[in-house]
Design a protein around this ligand. Structure first.
Ligand code: PEP
Ligand code: MN
Length: 289
């Protein structure tokens, strides 16, 4: 028996998402992209789909800088009922158009169980947002579309809570779950959320599922995003989801944390060397156990 292994008891309710040996991992495919394999995958795009021009321009620019998947919200979970709620179906159609234009796979959030089949018609990956992580009816509906699920950690969810929700999705017959650390609520106010880098390390240690990081929602400010992204690579994450906008100061949501095209390009160039290091360290990381 493993000495000090008792801490893993908290994950006992999520048996199907745990590793049964150190190098056990699930590679999730979306279109022609695999997440959780050798490649470090960057997902990028605006917080919200706003206009055709905004989305097409962003898709072309993030693809040119090395992103493999386009993000963009068509259904937006906004804390104010007066804020922009997303374009809905029109936004989904624009995402599909951007995919046709660039070849990027598409991820977008689904907020209501009833919308899951429709969102799955347009998206390659369904995003379950932080606020929905424990919406079990939504988890079931999303899982049953058969699309891979990007499951964001709830802002007051423990690592065990996140894995429990992943287990639910798997139990509905969908093994293709990507976990996302996007920052949690703490007493700290200097950042929008507290980026739980140790959470990424723990998830990579115990779970077979791919783990990506969202430095944008963790940081809340674009100046912090490249350093948090770099730390996610170093911690062993499988990828990133990053907000990028043609004109962040005029974005309809989350402009403060969105990178410009230039900022995104610079970050991607900087990350390349870190990704090479990650590849070299990866086998070492996996055999530590
Ligand atoms: C988003 O990705 O734009 C979003 C709303 O993220 P989260 O659910 O992590 O807040
Ligand atoms: Mn956002």
């Amino acid at each position: 028996m493993e000495v000090g292994g008792g801490w893993k008891d908290q994950f006992a309710n999520a048996p199907d998402v745990l590793k049964n040996q150190p190098d056990h991992r699930t590679v999730v495919w979306a279109g022609n992209v695999s997440i959780g394999g050798e490649e470090f995958v960057t997902i990028a795009g605006p917080c919200s789909v706003e206009t055709e021009r905004q989305l097409m321009e962003t898709a072309i620019r993030v693809a040119a800088a090395g992103a493999r998947v386009l993000r963009g919200g068509a259904f937006k979970p906004r804390s104010s009922p007066y804020a922009f709620q997303g374009l809905g179906l029109e936004g989904l159609k624009l995402l599909a158009k951007a995919r046709a234009l660039t070849g990027l796979a598409v991820v977008t959030e689904v907020m209501a169980a009833a919308d899951a089949p429709m969102v799955a018609q347009y998206a390659d990956i369904l995003q379950i947002g932080s606020r929905s992580m424990e919406n079990y009816a939504l988890l079931e509906a999303a899982a049953k579309t058969g699309r891979p699920i990007l499951l964001k950690r709830g802002m007051v969810a423990t690592v065990a809570d996140l894995l429990q929700s992943a287990q639910c999705i798997v139990s509905y017959g969908n093994p293709n779950v990507i976990l996302c650390e996007r920052g949690i609520r703490t007493f700290e106010t200097a950042t929008r959320n507290t980026f739980d880098i140790a959470g990424i390390v723990v998830l990579k240690e115990i779970s077979r599922l791919p783990v990506i990081a969202d430095p944008s929602h963790a940081a809340g400010r674009r100046s912090l995003v490249p350093a948090l992204a770099r730390s996610a690579v170093a911690a062993g994450a499988d990828g990133l989801i990053v907000e990028v906008h043609p004109d962040p100061d005029r974005a309809w949501s989350d402009g403060e944390q969105s990178l410009t095209f230039t900022g995104f390009g610079t970050m991607m160039a900087d990350l390349a060397a870190w990704c090479e290091l990650r590849a070299a360290c990866r086998s070492a990381l996996e055999t530590v156990a």
